[in-house]
Design a protein around this ligand. Structure first.
Ligand code: GDP
Ligand code: GDP
Length: 440
């Protein structure tokens, strides 16, 4: 499970700026997907080969009476509760404030490990102003400049080191990927039918579930087998095992959803036909895309909607989730056990696509055929020259293309190549990343 870092501090100290720094790595990958809604309060980041989740919080505003502020405080408390470590941000230029003291007290009460960070410290010659912050009682004050990126990497390393995490596992980009169980997460907002579906699955005779205790750091998983294929079902947001069955717990947790998605190989995105595609569905879909995991869409409660509503749902999926076009779309009724077979097939297909091996000679041949079919356009003085391709990763598959002037390859051309590769390798149900490496 990825560790979670929460950013806490009063307004205007630079939390969003720091958040953007901490999550920068992933943005480039999803930038070109139209229609992608993301909740900018949650993001993924990476330091070296260590990945983490960052939450930007609104702050506590502890003394504000009711209304939006107390809601904000509630959300901040939940974020802190779900975090492994808190980065407490103060403003080096403004100096210590009463509000900082209030937040410090609240954080102490919540008892999470905290790293105290004084932002906007660029060009501050003496640390005289920083000394005051020791009063907060969180030990060392770490000076950073989020705007200039100074000291940011150090505090991330510090935050991650403080957690004593086990070493990062090697990527699944090996020969034994197929022999391992498929890690499956069922993601969806409350009430779409996640627990109904899972209990229907696990209740089927031919689907043998084993009991296995989970550790606190790892995702809790339920291993089972279906038609000779081993699976591990990951406990998702709002879903917890109670004895033999899954039960929905009350509070939906974005963090748990993110962690489950991240530790899965394939995510089943469950929608509710009676509700259509909501904002929250689109957010969850955005997280799945961003994670690079394989995905299958299932629209549940198909039994409860008429022809008109069915038409509406189809249209909403097209307009609100255009970035998941590569995923297979299934219409099911978990309660009535309808349409479940094709979902299993889609899951197996998506996993196969996500872990497909593509050899350098075949990729290079395909690339050359594509270029012959349609040469990339010249932009200004440069015509991109695409020379050869090799596979750079799995789940999601990454194809790395080498050549010259590749920074001038247009988005349209990238999509054209993606289409060719997808068709050739039958890449249904998985995102595909294409990277360009220019040699000069
Ligand atoms: P938030 O309300 O805590 O999320 O704060 P923001 O990230 O929105 O930043 C508030 C203001 O501080 C903005 O005008 C930022 O440009 C500015 N700011 C953020 N980080 C730095 C920094 O490192 N140095 C300076 N000088 N300004 C910063
Ligand atoms: P969860 O919060 O996502 O785990 O959702 P639940 O599995 O608890 O289901 C929420 C509600 O939807 C319950 O009242 C279920 O009985 C109902 N439900 C689940 N699946 C179906 C279905 O296929 N058809 C209909 N009509 N209702 C369903």
């Amino acid at each position: 499970m990825k560790p979670v870092i929460a950013l806490v501090g009063r307004p205007n100290v630079g939390k969003s700026t720091l958040f953007n720094r901490l999550t920068k790595t992933r943005d480039a990958i999803v930038a070109d997907f139209a229609g992608l809604t993301r909740d900018r309060h949650y993001g993924n980041g990476r330091a070296g080969n260590r990945e983490y989740i960052v939450i930007d919080t609104g702050g506590f505003e502890p003394d504000a009476g009711s209304g939006i502020y107390s809601e904000m405080a509630k959300q901040t408390r939940q974020a802190v509760a779900e975090a492994d470590v808190v980065i407490f941000v103060v403003d080096a230029r403004d100096g210590l404030s009463a509000q900082d003291h209030d937040i410090a007290n609240e954080l102490r009460r919540l008892g999470k490990p905290c790293i105290l960070v004084a932002n906007k410290a660029e060009g501050m010659q003496s640390s005289a102003r920083l000394v005051d912050f020791y009063e907060l009682g969180f030990g060392e004050v770490h000076a950073v400049s989020a705007a200039h990126g100074q000291g940011v990497r150090d505090i991330v390393d510090l935050a991650l080191e403080s957690l004593n995490l086990p070493d990062v596992e090697e990527d699944d980009f090996g020969d034994d990927a197929e022999a391992k169980p498929i890690r499956l997460a069922v993601a969806g907002r409350p009430n779409v039918g996640k627990s109904t579906l899972i209990n229907t699955w696990l209740g089927e005779e031919r689907l043998v579930a084993f009991d296995m205790p989970g550790t606190t750091r790892d995702a809790i998983t339920v291993p089972f087998e279906r038609n000779g294929q081993r699976f591990e079902l990951i406990d998702t947001a709002g879903l917890r095992r109670k004895g033999r069955v899954f039960e929905a717990i009350e509070k939906f947790s974005v963090v748990k959803t993110l962690q489950a998605i991240e530790s899965a190989n394939v995510v089943l995105l469950l929608l509710d036909a009676t509700q259509g595609v909501t904002d929250q569905d689109a957010h969850i879909a955005g997280y799945i895309l961003e994670s690079g995991r394989a995905v299958v869409i299932a629209v549940n409660k198909w039994d409860a909607v008429d022809a008109y509503q069915r038409e509406q749902v189809n249209r909403q999926i097209e307009s609100r989730l255009p970035f998941l076009k590569f995923a297979s779309l299934n219409f099911i009724s978990a309660a009535k056990r309808q349409g479940l077979g094709p979902v299993w097939q889609a899951i197996a297909q998506a996993h196969k696509a996500a872990t497909r091996k593509m050899s350098t000679p075949v990729l290079t041949r395909l690339l050359q055929e594509a270029v012959q079919f349609q040469t990339p356009k010249k932009t200004g003085m440069f015509r991109p020259k695409l020379r050869y391709a090799h596979q750079g990763g799995m789940n999601p598959p990454v194809i790395v293309i080498h050549g010259n002037s590749l920074e001038h390859v247009t988005d349209a051309y990238r999509r054209f190549l993606e289409g060719r590769f997808r068709k050739e390798f039958d890449l249904v149900g998985t995102p595909l990343r294409i990277e360009f490496k220019t040699s000069h």
